[in-house]
Design a protein around this ligand. Structure first.
Ligand SMILES: NC(=O)CC[C@H](N)C(=O)O
Length: 304
């Protein structure tokens, strides 16, 4: 498959496009990111790299981090995790509070903020230094020791984190947060602040392409069964109330973040990351979704 040709075509097609959408501003630091950044990186199972644009520039991965924390939590607590979080699409925005009341404090899935806060709580319970444990995990799967948190972004989100404070306190009132709310939120804001490039994200997500094993170092990080479950969750819940639309347009499991990044995987073929900061009304990168739609249209295959 001539991936580089296809990527070049996507870059060309969108170079003239007038950007729609708005850069996230509820986290003040994110509002400073230039809206015209655009990059894409595809990494295939033969360990070949294809890219264009700003694919080597690090950006705030935000909710994409929820895939990493979920993977780590599944490794450390196994199926017990599912006593505290469900695996159903929410059909609601990522930061919604409303379902929690009717559903007794059990979040619909691990990718909405409520679910990710419970995952964060699991990691805070399990590790004496959860922030260091998450970095070690990322360094292991990417082989890159320089990936780290952006403390300025974490502090910026904390300063305006009213909704996540509300969610964490509400979950705690149902007994679904074990630790101190401040400690869980500090971990959560840091995981969201992780700075990674499209290339690094595509490399990290290759484990979801390659049955849980890294390509270059051949390390088994997750079992094939765990990968099946995480890919299923990305497919059904990775884009909140736009998960159906992403499936319909792109046809791959994936995860977005309000920093404008999207990562998607084609099991057994490739992982791909795209970055364009302006978001559509559902909080997903507008250009990123369009570019991935072109990728599966031009290659002629998706998982369906
Ligand atoms: N969808 C996202 O990327 C949201 C993550 C962001 N840190 C928040 O909690 O609001």
């Amino acid at each position: 498959m001539e991936y580089q040709k296809i990527l070049n075509q996507i870059e060309k097609e969108f170079s003239e496009t007038k950007l729609s959408g708005k850069v996230a501003s509820y986290i003040p630091e994110l509002a400073k990111v230039p809206p015209d950044k655009f990059g894409m990186h595809l990494y295939d199972r033969e360990a070949q790299h294809y890219c264009f644009g700003d694919s080597n520039e690090r950006f705030s991965i935000q909710s994409i981090s929820k895939v990493f924390t979920l993977a780590l939590a599944m490794k450390v607590v196994g199926d017990d995790l599912w006593n505290r979080i469900d695996v159903e699409p929410s059909g609601d925005p990522f930061n919604s509070l409303s379902q929690l009341e009717n559903e007794g404090g059990i979040p619909r899935n691990p990718f909405i903020n409520a679910g990710a806060l419970v995952v964060a709580d699991v990691l805070v319970t399990h590790f004496s230094n959860p922030k260091a444990a998450l970095l070690t995990f990322l360094h292991e799967i990417t082989g890159d020791q320089t990936i780290c948190y952006d403390d300025t972004v974490a502090a910026s989100e904390e300063s305006k984190g009213y909704r996540n404070y509300a969610l964490a306190n509400y979950l705690k009132s149902f007994g679904n947060i074990e630790n101190d709310v401040e400690e869980v939120l500090d971990f959560y804001f840091h995981q969201c602040s992780l700075a990674m490039s499209c290339k690094e994200l595509a490399q990290a997500f290759i484990i979801f392409v390659n049955e849980g094993t890294t390509l270059e170092s051949d390390r088994e990080i997750l079992t094939a069964q765990q990968v099946k479950r995480i890919n299923a969750l990305m497919q059904t819940c990775g884009f909140y109330d736009e998960a159906g639309e992403f499936s319909f347009e792109v046809g791959l499991p994936g995860k977005s973040g309000v920093g404008g990044g999207i990562v998607a995987v084609h099991p057994n073929r490739y992982s791909v990351a795209v970055w364009s900061p302006p978001l559509n009304p559902k909080g997903n990168s507008a250009l990123g979704m369009a570019a991935l739609e072109r990728l599966t249209a031009l290659t002629g295959f998706s998982i369906f």
